[in-house]
Design a binder for this molecule. Structure first.
Ligand code: UTP
Length: 287
């Protein structure tokens, strides 16, 4: 079983649900308290033992490259003033640990992943959708990599949503269940509520075998006229092991406004330096 050494972060989407905030700033740079979403995703990848981060970017996303680079002037000035630089430590990705490829047109998540095919090469890899903020210990990808060591093949993280919400997501047809692991028998992107095979939705973390790139190569369009990753994964079911992992933790959809506010509140209430103030303020506000 080959280890999971590489992660793909598709960050070329337009972030239209967050306009005008995301007109000039990538959605993935929106902070939850004091760290951008993309930083949480990279930290989650590192915790899972992943070494190489591959970002699929687009126009207007250069802030992400700057974030993971050395900020020479900032660091020099901070050192001269005797300020603590350790806060910047997680933002350093050396040249051997990161790569950037461009998706020239936002043709869909499946297309974004396919743009990384040459860097991924012939090995299994992880995918992170950074606007899905997965909050837990251990992190979601660590839980998935642990499961991968048991069953191999392809894995996706899933969670239950109220049935009437399924039409916004990729939905699985569940098979046999063993603790947090569920066999995946089918996958469908954005089904009609009455046709959905379950209320278990795919939630932004994947471990996939490289063969998925060959399916994506065909560039077939699916729901919404986009090249869908879900459709490519669905084709692999039956020929390769495919399991879902129910994440033991909380998930916030930070691509939506309500989810983003919830994530900020949840993290703020866990931070010893601000939790007291935030709690008192929130209680006061709700009176
Ligand atoms: P979303 O549909 O949530 O992102 O795609 P979006 O298109 O940026 O957001 P809205 O709906 O307009 O507000 C899920 C993930 O896939 C990436 C996005 O950046 C996000 O991380 N993506 C999507 C791409 O990289 N390329 C695409 O063509 C589509």
């Amino acid at each position: 079983m080959k280890p999971i050494r590489k992660a793909v972060f598709p960050v070329a989407g337009l972030g239209t649900r967050f306009l005008p905030a995301t007109k000039a700033i990538p959605k993935e740079m929106l902070p939850v308290v004091d760290r951008p979403l993309i930083q949480y995703a990279v930290d989650e990848a590192r915790e899972a033992g992943i070494e190489q981060m591959i970002f699929v970017t687009g126009r207007g996303k250069s802030a992400i490259e700057d974030h993971f680079d050395i900020a020479f002037e900032l660091e020099k000035t901070m050192s001269e003033r005797g300020k603590d630089l350790s806060v910047l430590e997680p933002t350093r990705l050396g040249p051997g640990n990161c790569a950037y490829v461009r998706q020239q047109e936002p043709l869909g998540l499946g297309h974004a992943i396919w743009c990384a095919r040459d860097i991924v090469g012939d090995e299994p890899f992880a995918i992170f959708l950074p606007d899905e903020f997965m909050h837990g210990t251990p992190g979601c990808m660590k839980q998935m990599v642990d499961a991968y060591h048991k069953v191999g093949g392809n894995l996706i993280s899933v969670l239950e949503v109220p049935h009437e919400q399924v039409s916004s997501y990729g939905v699985i047809t569940p098979g046999a269940q063993d603790g947090a692991l569920t066999e995946v028998r089918g996958l469908v992107e954005k089904p009609k509520v009455e046709e959905a095979p379950s209320n278990l939705i795919v939630s932004g973390r994947y471990i996939l075998q490289p063969e998925v790139m060959r399916v994506l190569q065909r560039q077939e369009k699916g729901a919404g006229g986009e090249i869908q990753l879900t459709d490519a994964m669905a084709e692999m079911i039956g020929s390769q092991a495919f399991h879902a992992v129910t994440f033991d933790g909380a998930r916030y959809d930070c691509g939506s406004k309500a989810g983003y506010i919830q994530a900020n509140l949840a993290v703020a209430l866990e931070r010893p330096d601000i939790a007291g103030d935030v709690r008192a303020f929130a209680l006061d506000l709700l009176k």
